[in-house]
Design a protein around this ligand. Structure first.
Ligand SMILES: Cc1cc2nc3c(=O)[nH]c(=O)nc-3n(C[C@H](O)[C@H](O)[C@H](O)COP(=O)(O)OP(=O)(O)OC[C@H]3O[C@@H](n4cnc5c(N)ncnc54)[C@H](O)[C@@H]3O)c2cc1C
Length: 341
C-alpha cells in the first residue's frame, strides 16, 4: 500500500482543484474500460503552470501523472495509482483560428463536438471522428491517436496534428512541430531534456540493427488504422534518417503515446472541409464472416468513405428494442453480417 502523501503544499499552490477524498478518487478510478484502480489524488488544473507544479510534486513524491481528457478510453489508459490530471474542466478554450489556412489552436480539454460546432459555420471540421465525439477531448484524441468511421478518408489524429506545446517530465516546456534536418541537428545539440529526446531518437533510429528490427516487426505501413506502441516506424522514414525530404515532427510520436511521453497543453491541428451533405449507403448482407471480410477487400478498391461491419449479435439486440426495431427496416432475412458501405 502506497504511503499517503501530504498534499497541502500542492493544494495551496494550485489555481485549480485538488481532491484526495474517497468520492473523487472513486469517480476517477476508471475510464470506459473495466479496469479500476484508485488514484492517489485528482486534480483539475487551470493552466500549464498548475500542470508544471503537479508534475514537479509527483516527481518529489515518486508518483506518476495521469493526463486525462474525457476519460472515454477503452483499455485503462487513464487508470492508475498516480495523480489524475483532468484538463476537461478548465483547459478547454479555442485559442486561435485560421479558416483560410484551415488550422485551429486549442487547449487540450476542448471537446470534439464543440470544436466541430464552432467550425461548422465556416464549413470546416476536424477530420477524425470518434463515436464519443460529444465528450472526448482533443488531447485525449491525440493520446489515443483516435479516428472513426471515416478513417479511410481522414486517417487518424496523427495525420492532423501540426504542432503541440508540451511539458516534459522535468517540467520544461517544449513545442514539437516539423523540423528540417538542419533544425534537427541543432535540436540534438541542446543541453536540455528536449536535446536528449532528439539525441536519443537520432541514435536509436540511425542504428541499422534497430531500423531492420522496426521494419520487420511493425505492422505494414499500409495498415492505416492501428495504434501499436510508439510510431517509430514513421519517424524513421523522415529526412534526417533517409534524406527523403519529409520533415520530422515529434507530434506524430505523441499521437498514440497515451500520455506516457509528455503532457500536452496546446495543440495546433489541421482542418478539413465539411463534405457535401449527400450520403449513399449500401447495406450488403452476408451469411458468414469470412465472405464479408473477402468482400471488404474488393469494396476498398472502390474507395468508399466508410465501411462498418455489424454482426448478428448486434442485429439481434435491435429486434426487441422499441427504438431500434424501427431502424432495422432494411434488414432482409437473417444475415450473419451486414456491411454498411
Ligand atoms: C462507446 C465508445 C466508442 C468509442 N469509439 C471510438 C472510435 O470510434 N474511435 C476511437 O479512436 N476511439 C473510440 N473510443 C475510445 C475513446 O473514446 C477515444 O479514443 C477518445 O478520443 C478518447 O478521448 P478522451 O478525451 O476521452 O481521452 P482520455 O480517455 O481521457 O485519454 C486518452 C489518452 O490520452 C492521454 N491524454 C489525455 N489528455 C492528455 C494531455 N493533455 N496530455 C497528454 N496525454 C493526454 C491519456 O493519458 C490517455 O492515455 C470509443 C470509446 C467508447 C466508450
Amino acid at each position: 500500500m502506497k504511503q499517503y502523501p501530504v498534499f497541502d503544499s500542492l493544494r495551496r499552490e494550485l489555481k485549480g482543484d485538488l481532491y484526495t477524498d474517497q468520492t473523487q478518487r472513486i469517480l476517477y478510478a476508471t475510464d470506459a474500460s473495466s479496469y479500476r484502480e484508485m488514484p492517489l489524488a485528482v486534480t483539475r488544473p487551470k493552466d500549464k503552470e498548475d500542470i508544471k507544479k503537479i508534475i514537479s510534486f509527483a516527481r518529489e513524491i515518486n508518483s506518476s501523472v495521469i493526463p486525462r481528457g474525457g476519460g472515454t478510453s477503452l483499455a485503462g489508459q487513464v487508470v492508475g495509482d498516480g495523480i489524475v490530471v483532468d484538463v476537461s474542466k478548465y483547459m478547454n478554450r479555442i485559442l486561435e483560428f485560421n479558416a483560410e489556412e484551415k488550422w485551429i489552436v486549442v487547449e487540450p480539454g476542448v471537446i470534439l463536438a464543440e470544436l466541430n460546432k464552432f467550425l461548422s459555420t465556416h464549413g470546416l471540421q476536424f477530420g477524425p471522428e470518434t463515436s464519443t465525439a460529444n465528450r472526448c477531448c482533443m488531447a485525449g484524441m491525440l493520446g489515443n491517436n483516435s479516428c472513426g468511421a471515416h478513417s479511410l478518408i481522414y486517417g487518424s489524429t496523427r495525420d492532423h496534428i501540426l504542432e503541440a506545446d508540451v511539458i516534459l517530465s522535468d517540467g520544461t516546456e517544449v513545442t514539437f512541430s516539423k523540423v528540417s534536418t538542419d533544425e534537427f541537428k541543432l535540436k540534438c545539440k541542446l543541453d536540455s531534456l528536449e536535446g536528449s529526446v532528439y539525441r536519443n531518437l537520432r541514435d536509436t533510429l540511425s542504428d541499422p540493427v534497430n531500423r531492420k528490427e522496426i521494419r520487420e516487426q511493425f505492422p505494414h505501413p499500409d495498415l492505416k488504422r492501428r495504434n501499436n506502441g510508439y510510431a517509430l516506424d514513421l519517424l524513421m522514414e523522415t529526412d534526417p534518417f533517409t534524406g527523403n525530404g519529409v520533415k520530422l515532427n515529434l507530434c506524430r510520436l505523441l499521437a498514440g503515446s497515451e500520455g506516457t511521453l509528455a503532457f500536452t497543453t496546446r495543440m495546433k491541428i489541421n482542418l478539413v472541409q465539411i463534405p457535401a451533405q449527400k450520403t449513399g449507403l449500401i447495406c450488403a448482407h452476408f451469411s458468414n464472416l469470412q465472405d464479408a471480410l473477402k468482400a471488404n477487400v474488393l469494396i476498398l478498391k472502390h474507395k468508399p468513405a466508410a465501411i462498418e461491419l455489424i454482426d448478428d449479435f448486434i442485429l439481434d439486440c435491435t429486434k426487441d428494442n422499441i427504438e431500434q426495431s424501427r431502424n432495422r427496416f432494411f434488414i432482409q432475412g437473417k444475415p450473419a453480417i451486414v456491411l454498411f458501405i
